[in-house]
Write a protein that binds this ligand. Structure first.
Ligand code: ATP
Length: 388
């Protein structure tokens, strides 16, 4: 980490977005966004298509002028600086390498443009960093997609930017290569210590690499935190559903007494520890992750201290590491339960009565907007860590 600015406690190179807003006519793409990206960290902006990720990145790069707000690097306000005057480089999904230049010259380009004559050491260091030191004399069309992407990365990093912006840089790669490049990118970022701001709609990609993830929706931050924070204790139903799957049961919280909050839902009573409840009273979603929900064929087998709902198994999908069950409850909702295929339990046939139970310490409680859509079914996106 760099030094701090005297008296203010703000590290010299932190990237700060200060009430940043961008409107395109009637569309508010970025809505009063404020956040700090610590110098040297790997930060991910995660959200669905159209949530404002790219627009945010373009304002940091200087390619888009904010309607309101500021972009700061440490104490320096760079909001009005032209893109090439900012200590910021961008790597896009399309690599945009110079096709007529070989790999070495593609990487050397930025240095030569700055009038630097002896570029060999620096370029070779960068090629070694991205593990392409023996590919310097190839042209881009003689490289695989992943190799081209690494050249693009080396070409950006050779300029030693203060901040590197990555706009879905792995989007064009196939799944296996993407996973490998995620590990590579993280290694490279740790090695160079430059601030990376990575834009993606892929939750697993964000969680694999980033120290901090900001989940965006409609141009606003829904939640910001470490991947584990976001996953283990989501702040909103949107985050609970966007990052992996969640079972969200609609209920009413009856107030916090002592160490927990009582919830009534569909005629049953539940309990959530105070530290896992974001609200103590009123309409709520009681949430529990499918992999923290367990199945037994009789309520008698629900362990002491756990809470449960009963129903009928309507689906069992074998996905290798786990079998993913759907339990239809008496009130017509569905709960998703992932049972690890570790040989510990026999498969339960579809059509049988079963109880899904969880340890209340793994549940979470979220406010439910009055009049919002009723939820008693699991969200359907791909779970984190499941094969895709
Ligand atoms: P994706 O993942 O699809 O790239 P995104 O999260 O990066 O999406 P943005 O490209 O930032 O989203 O767009 C945010 C919103 O702003 C969208 O509704 C988009 O249609 C709108 N938008 C973006 N650029 C412009 C523009 N130049 N003119 C008008 N509207 C725009």
């Amino acid at each position: 980490m760099g030094g701090t600015t005297a008296g203010r406690g703000i590290p010299a190179g932190d990237l700060r977005l200060d009430n940043l807003t961008k409107r395109f006519g009637a569309v508010t793409a970025v809505d009063d966004l404020s956040l700090t990206v610590p110098q040297g960290s790997f930060f991910a902006l995660l959200g669905a298509s159209g949530c404002g990720k790219t627009t945010t990145l373009r304002m940091i790069a200087g390619l888009e002028e904010p309607t309101a707000g500021r972009v700061l690097l440490g104490e320096r306000d760079v909001t009005r600086l032209r893109p090439y005057r900012r200590p910021v480089n961008t790597v896009f999904q399309s690599y945009a390498l110079f096709p007529h230049l070989d790999v070495f010259e593609n990487v050397a380009f930025g240095l030569r443009r700055r009038g630097i004559r002896s570029v060999d050491d620096e370029v070779m260091n960068m090629l070694a960093l991205v593990q392409l030191d023996d590919h310097g004399r190839r042209r881009p069309d003689q490289l695989s997609g992943g190799q081209q992407q690494r050249v693009a990365l080396a070409r950006a990093l050779v300029n030693r930017p203060q901040v590197l912006l990555l706009d879905e840089p792995l989007g064009a790669l196939d799944l296996k290569l993407r996973r490998r490049m995620q590990v590579e990118l993280k290694r490279i970022q740790t090695e160079v210590g430059i601030t990376f701001v990575h834009v993606t709609h892929d939750q697993e990609e964000a969680m694999t690499m980033a120290d901090t993830v900001a989940v965006l929706d409609k141009g606003r931050i829904e939640q910001l935190g470490t991947p584990a924070d976001l996953y283990e204790y989501p702040a909103t139903a949107f985050v609970a559903s966007f990052l992996g799957q969640s079972n969200l049961i609609d209920g009413e919280a009856a107030g916090g007494g002592g160490d927990g909050v009582a919830v009534s839902a569909h005629g049953s009573r539940f309990w959530v520890p105070a530290g896992r409840a974001r609200v103590a009273r009123g309409p709520v979603h009681l949430g529990v992750r499918p992999e923290k929900t367990h199945l037994v064929d009789s309520v008698d087998r629900v362990p002491a201290g756990c809470q449960h709902v009963t129903g009928v198994l309507t689906d069992a999908a074998y996905v290798g590491v786990s079998t993913q069950y759907l339990l239809r409850t008496a009130w017509g909702g569905e709960l998703s339960v992932f049972v690890a295929n570790n040989g510990a339990a026999a498969a339960l046939p579809v059509g049988t009565q079963a109880a899904a139970y969880w340890d209340p310490r793994h549940a979470f409680l979220l406010p439910r907007e009055a009049g919002g859509p009723a939820r008693s079914t699991p969200t359907r996106d791909q779970p984190v860590g499941a094969p895709s």
